[in-house]
Design a protein around this ligand. Structure first.
Ligand code: FAD
Length: 389
């Protein structure tokens, strides 16, 4: 029997394995991944500093344990280079493997903007445990008495940028955040909620540089500490030890595209997570879901729903994916926030009669989303019941 092959050992890959094994203990499953296959909760990367957790401590289940409990063949440190959808064979850095069905759980890539300067190559981004290990080593240094980074510049005041800003500032580092918008999370939150977050993080010591971008990152010409000089588009210069780019993620469609699968903002999948090839499925940060009106949904909750539906389909019961309402918790302890965003482009407006609650109201006074801040985050259940999905 040819195996079910899953590419990717992130939340999407491993959750699909777990859900599939609940329904089918017999079909051979092979998981192929470019990384070690160890399981970690990616959201923990942006609150590890304040908790004093090292990269190694973030692994929640070692790959060897999953291989044993889930009865899978793991091909770790193995990159899939090509897929032959006619012969149903994948070509990897360590050989070829035939499949019955294939799941692409290949995630997203951190977006990068081209920067000028002789130290532009030193800019880091974090979208995996491996990335986080490199960032952690840079920030903490090998000799903490000499090399301890004191100042980190973060590019991007979106979700991940704000979470890292809170985490690092909470752990005692100086943090500056640069963003072309006027306030943090400008694309996600109503203005007043963004201003609340801006104030809360400023109180924690975060310095904001809004309305500008980073133009160049150079070695500090003084050749003294700190090591880097960041030049902003408004002519301001900031001396810093480390620069973290957190300007967003883009679905990784490279492999799907070379296979000839339909791709737009992500790998296009129908309501049963099938790609344009009947034996290839996709989910996770790399997928563009018909069940979400053609959106990508790079969050944990959509992956859990998608993996359950996909496992049932792969076990022989074609299952349509229906997403429930999926509010996102933003891990900024300085101002906890819960957001249930309305679908992009939906007509309506944010209204608020309360400093910690915003409701997105559309036609016929229907509620399509909400934002809760501070102690109001406890009202998540109450607000979720009011939203028309
Ligand atoms: P990934 O975890 O990126 O996994 C992709 C896998 O594919 C990897 O194992 C990779 O090695 C493998 N791979 C890729 N290409 C190949 C190839 N060609 N061959 C072999 N293997 C390949 N979401 C929330 O809902 N709440 C949060 O609080 C939250 N916090 C976050 C904090 C941070 C810092 C980040 C970066 C994300 C956060 N998210 C959060 C988003 C959430 O973590 C992601 O949506 C989720 O982890 C994505 O899982 P994935 O399996 O789709 O992708």
């Amino acid at each position: 029997m040819q195996p079910l092959i899953i590419i990717g050992a992130g939340l999407a890959g491993w959750t699909t394995v777990r859900e599939f094994r609940k329904l089918d203990a017999a079909t051979p499953v092979m998981l192929i991944t470019a990384d070690s296959g160890d399981f970690y909760a990616k959201p923990s990367l942006s609150n590890a500093f304040a908790q004093g957790r090292s990269p190694a401590q973030l692994v929640s289940t070692p790959a060897a344990k999953l291989v044993e409990t889930q009865n899978v063949t793991l091909r770790a440190h193995t990159r899939v280079r090509a897929i032959d959808p006619v012969r149903r064979v994948v070509t990897t850095s360590h050989g070829k493997f035939a499949y019955r069905d294939l799941v692409l759980a290949t995630g997203a890539q951190a977006m990068r903007v081209p920067l000028a300067g002789d130290a532009a190559g030193s800019v880091l981004s974090v979208n995996s445990l491996q990335d986080f290990s490199a960032f952690h080593a840079r920030v903490v240094g090998t000799d903490s008495s000499q090399n301890h980074s004191k100042h980190i510049v973060i590019l991007g005041a979106g979700l991940i940028g704000c979470e890292f800003a809170n985490d690092l500032a909470g752990a005692g580092y100086r943090v500056s955040v640069v963003d072309p918008a006027e306030r943090p999370l400008a694309a996600l939150l109503p203005a007043q909620a963004g201003e609340q977050l801006q104030g809360a993080l400023a109180e924690l010591g975060v310095t904001w540089h809004f309305g500008c971008t980073v133009r160049a990152v150079d070695q500090n010409p003084d050749k003294s500490d700190p090591a880097l000089r960041v030049s902003l588009s408004n002519e301001v210069q900031v001396l810093t030890d480390t620069v973290l780019s957190a300007i967003g993620l883009r679905a990784d469609t490279a492999l799907a595209q070379t296979t000839g699968l339909a791709c737009e903002r992500g790998i296009v999948v129908d309501t049963a997570l099938q790609t344009s090839d009947p034996h290839i499925y996709a989910l996770g940060d790399g997928a563009q879901y018909a069940s979400a009106g053609g959106r990508t949904l790079p969050f944990v909750m959509p992956i859990m729903s998608a993996a359950r539906a996909l496992a049932a389909t792969l076990a022989g019961q074609r299952t349509e994916l229906v997403f429930p309402l999926m509010p996102v918790t933003i891990k900024t302890p300085a101002l906890p926030i819960v957001v249930a965003a309305p679908a992009p482009g939906l007509a309506g407006q944010w209204t608020s009669n309360d400093p910690g609650l915003w409701q997105f109201m559309g036609a016929e006074n229907r509620q399509h989303g909400f934002v809760l801040t501070g102690q109001h985050t406890a009202r998540r259940g109450e607000q979720a019941r009011l939203v028309q999905v």
